[in-house]
Design a protein around this ligand. Structure first.
Ligand SMILES: Cc1ncc(COP(=O)(O)O)c(C=O)c1O
Length: 390
């Protein structure tokens, strides 16, 4: 049976009063996630933190959560490291590659700092060159691939690229970029901040080496939890930059001579104590999304995003950035209105979207819980704005 959208929306208090159209920054929290976090916090306070086992022991929840993230990413649980956010995952991947001086990292002009800054910092420390593929709003997949073909070569050690552009919403042909870099013997790390929980993912099909996602955006989880996929074939290639107790095969897998044995899976990239209420909340949230059905969520996101694009395209003076395929983001401009101004004025009318810079655009996120009334509020708000310009 299909989930009832009204009931789904009732689970999210934050979507009741406003048209909540900025999941790309933060998804709303559900009542169940918030209740789990509160209960976990209360138990930390009243029972102490020494025998803390809401929903099972901490390690057991972490194991369930890895398996849950693995189902979202379409991979094995042993290929998941729990992280704090996308940026954490991109750092682990970028810093862990075995570089030789003079190697190159290929990235694009539209990366988010969460993926880009680790590239810059690693390049500085390891004396690497960074090649930036210039993206343009006119690129179709073939134009884009030609640009990557020109940039990737024998010296390319890593390609660092977002699956879904946080600026335009374009879905990059990651599988084909991965094939290209693999032909040259390099690796690919994908920033999945705008894809994880928004579109179906299958790590086998995408052929990526590393893929980082957050919990707090399209999975509507708490802040402070994310996941990094590390292809099991690449565990040997990706060095552990940070290590700690959770990185070990077991608690005794180190000795005084400097030897330590890593966990056999991607958990080797996990480091120290994590905020347990967030882990518990994320697990509750993932369970609920799976009960609703991930396929239903992805279908619904596509339907409402298509609707958003159609509605926006029909407003005079609105130009929607056309992308060959879509996830949940839609970017656009309003003639004569600065994006930052539009965000502020729409927020006053209860419509929450955001703007991005360079290219200067407005960005709407449409996710499974959004409905036609949200999009109608957006449309009416934009029409009102446009009238003040004319
Ligand atoms: C493409 C992209 N990458 C990375 C990030 C940073 O995400 P996080 O806070 O999960 O590190 C964002 C956040 O907006 C993003 O859009």
């Amino acid at each position: 049976m299909q989930p009832n959208l009204t009931q789904v929306r009732n689970e999210f208090p934050a979507v009741q009063e406003t048209a909540y159209l900025n999941t790309g920054s933060y998804g709303p929290l559900s009542c169940a996630v918030a209740a789990t976090i509160e209960e976990a916090n209360r138990r930390q306070l009243t029972d102490g933190r020494l025998d803390f086992s809401i929903g099972g022991s901490n390690q057991a929840i972490a194991a369930k959560l890895r398996a849950g993230f693995a189902r979202v990413l379409g991979c094995a649980a042993a290929e998941i490291a729990l992280t704090h956010h996308t940026t954490d995952g991109m750092n682990i991947a970028t810093w862990g590659v075995r570089y030789r001086p003079g190697d190159e990292i290929v990235t694009t002009s539209w990366e988010h700092p969460g993926g880009l800054l680790p590239v810059y910092a690693a390049a500085r420390r390891f004396h690497l060159n960074v090649r930036v593929v210039p993206l343009s709003m006119d690129d179709d997949d073939s134009a884009l691939l030609r640009k990557f073909e020109r940039a990737i070569g024998a010296r390319t050690r890593l390609v660092s690229v977002a699956h879904v552009s946080w600026k335009t919403g374009a879905v990059l042909p990651v599988a084909r970029i991965a094939a290209l870099v693999h032909r040259h013997g390099g690796l690919i790390a994908v920033d999945g901040a705008q894809s994880g929980g928004a579109i179906p993912l299958d790590m086998q099909a995408l052929q990526t080496d590393f893929y980082a996602i957050p919990g707090q955006k399209w999975l509507c989880g708490p802040e402070g939890v994310g996941a990094l996929y590390v292809n099991k074939e690449r565990l040997g290639d990706l060095l552990q930059t940070y290590v700690g107790y959770p990185s070990l095969r077991d608690g005794e897998a180190f000795d005084e001579s400097g030897v330590f044995l890593p966990s056999p899976g991607a958990a080797r990239y996990e480091v120290g104590t994590i905020y347990r209420p967030a882990i518990a909340g994320m697990w509750t949230g993932l369970q609920w999304l799976e009960e609703l059905g991930l396929d239903w969520i992805y279908d619904r996101t596509q339907t409402i995003t298509r609707h958003t694009r159609e509605v926006l395209s029909a407003i005079p003076g609105v130009r929607v950035v056309q992308t060959p395929t879509q996830a949940g983001l839609t970017s656009f401009t309003i003639d004569g209105v600065a994006p930052t101004d539009a965000v502020e004025r729409l927020a006053k009318g209860g419509v929450r979207i955001r703007s991005v810079l360079d290219p200067d655009l407005l960005r709407v996120s449409s996710h499974f819980f959004n409905d036609e009334t949200d999009i109608e509020k957006l449309r009416a708000g934009i029409v009102k704005l446009s009238q003040t310009v004319a």
